[in-house]
Design a protein around this ligand. Structure first.
Ligand code: NAP
Length: 370
């Protein structure tokens, strides 16, 4: 059995990964070792009633080099500080990473096996050792529209995202909840009074949102009661890095000969978990709506078509309906009034599952089965 080192297992992605591995009994196939950047020597996770004691130092190269496989969900700065040192020391193990740091490298593969299993298997047989999970919205969009990509039907996509707070990490979820709590606390008495003035309540809440004491350490601006139309760094081209990733990563995963153009605006909203995407796409040829629906629905086990009516849309095509599941619903599907080859779609997916942990878990299984 292979020794597998886990770094970043208590963060948002890491904890979801551990849960999925427990559900699928994956720990029976490996010898796990748990590392930490901040809690060295303390207790690690409890798996099948066994608590892993004495967390190892995630910066100790000697300990890391003993691993056949390292799975990290610790984030980009950890990858930056450790990965190249390990490779320089001739560590030849497999590195599986949730962070974006290594996605652009020629000798890394972005993993999303329902879409690119063939490329992954080829890479393994060619001795590639670095496998990176894709950007969450990219992975979710590819699973949602996988059939259309496979049939080469997509000419371009313009997407508006609605991304959950947990997409930014554990600390951000806590901050969002604190922001929500401050808003409620400011008006809780008014709300219990049946004769409240709605204008007064909205004034009080707005004042709290704009107050310097509103919890802003991580987001730096209010999210509760607001939204943030910028995610990740500035590419200097008018695009945010999150927006830039859409085209680059999609085409890398698909190994496209002709680049599929993808652009859009990525927006952080105050949902806790699950990213949603509103899509306008131009198809390369005229195809009927029924045909498009069939192609989308038949592509993989997880995609599921939501009829374009109000009741099913509001009950099945939302973060609250999808959270914690591997389902990728696609709805609001219709031919756009803009023209014959233009279609709209709306999709939601749990960015911590198919958007992050699940492709890594499945990649680990591919490697442990070698
Ligand atoms: P995260 O929740 O911030 O966790 C990263 C690390 O932060 C943890 O391993 C932990 O390290 C430390 N940490 C500090 N305070 C914590 C707290 N209160 N609870 C838990 N951990 C805490 O980050 P993440 O969202 O999982 O992201 C990890 C990587 O995956 C990033 O590169 C991210 O870009 C990528 N990714 C994230 C998502 C997503 O939806 N969140 C999706 C796709 C990819 P120690 O135990 O060593 O202190």
């Amino acid at each position: 059995m292979k020794s597998v080192g886990f770094v970043g297992w208590r963060g948002m992605v890491g904890s979801v990964l551990l849960n999925r591995m427990i559900e699928e009994n994956d720990f029976s196939k490996i010898i796990p070792h748990f590392f930490s950047t901040s809690q060295i020597g303390q207790n690690g996770p409890t798996i099948n009633n066994i608590t892993f004691k004495n967390l190892k130092n995630a910066y100790n190269l000697n300990l890391l080099e003993e691993m056949d496989i390292i799975v990290t969900c610790q984030g980009g700065s950890y990858t930056d500080s450790i990965y190249s040192k390990l490779r320089k020391n001739n560590w030849n193990g497999y590195w599986i990473d949730a962070a974006s740091t290594l996605r652009m490298k020629d000798d890394s593969v972005i993993v999303l096996d329902p879409i690119n299993l063939e490329s992954i298997n080829q890479a393994i047989s060619h001795g590639i050792k670095t496998f990176v999970g894709g950007n969450c919205t990219v992975s979710l969009m590819l699973i949602a529209l996988g059939g259309l990509f496979k049939e080469n039907l997509i000419e371009w996509i313009y997407v508006s995202t609605y991304q959950a707070a947990s997409g930014a990490g554990a600390k951000y979820v806590i901050e969002l909840l604190k922001q929500m709590g401050s808003l409620y606390n400011a008006v809780s008495e008014d709300l219990s009074n049946n004769f409240y003035s709605i204008l007064e309540i909205t004034k009080k809440v707005t004042k709290i949102i704009q107050d310097n004491n509103f919890p802003l350490k991580n987001f730096s601006v209010p999210l509760a009661g607001s939204l943030i139309p910028w995610i990740d760094s500035d590419m200097g081209t008018g695009q945010s890095k999150e927006e830039w990733k859409g085209q680059f990563e999609t085409n890398k995963i698909l190994n496209s000969k002709n680049i599929i153009k993808i652009d859009g605006i990525c927006v952080r909203i105050s949902s806790i978990r699950c990213h949603s995407q509103s899509i306008l796409m131009k198809l390369s040829k005229n195809v009927s709506l029924k045909n498009i629906e069939e192609i989308i629905a038949n592509h993989n086990t997880w995609v599921n078509l939501i009829p374009n009516n109000m009741q099913e849309t509001i009950s099945k095509l939302t973060p609250s309906a999808v959270t914690g599941t591997l389902n990728i619903p696609v709805g609001r599907l219709r031919k756009s009034s803009i023209g014959e080859k233009y279609f709209s779609a709306f999709t939601v997916g749990d960015q911590l599952l198919w958007g992050a942990a699940e492709p890594l878990r499945r990649m680990l299984n591919l490697l442990t089965n070698i």
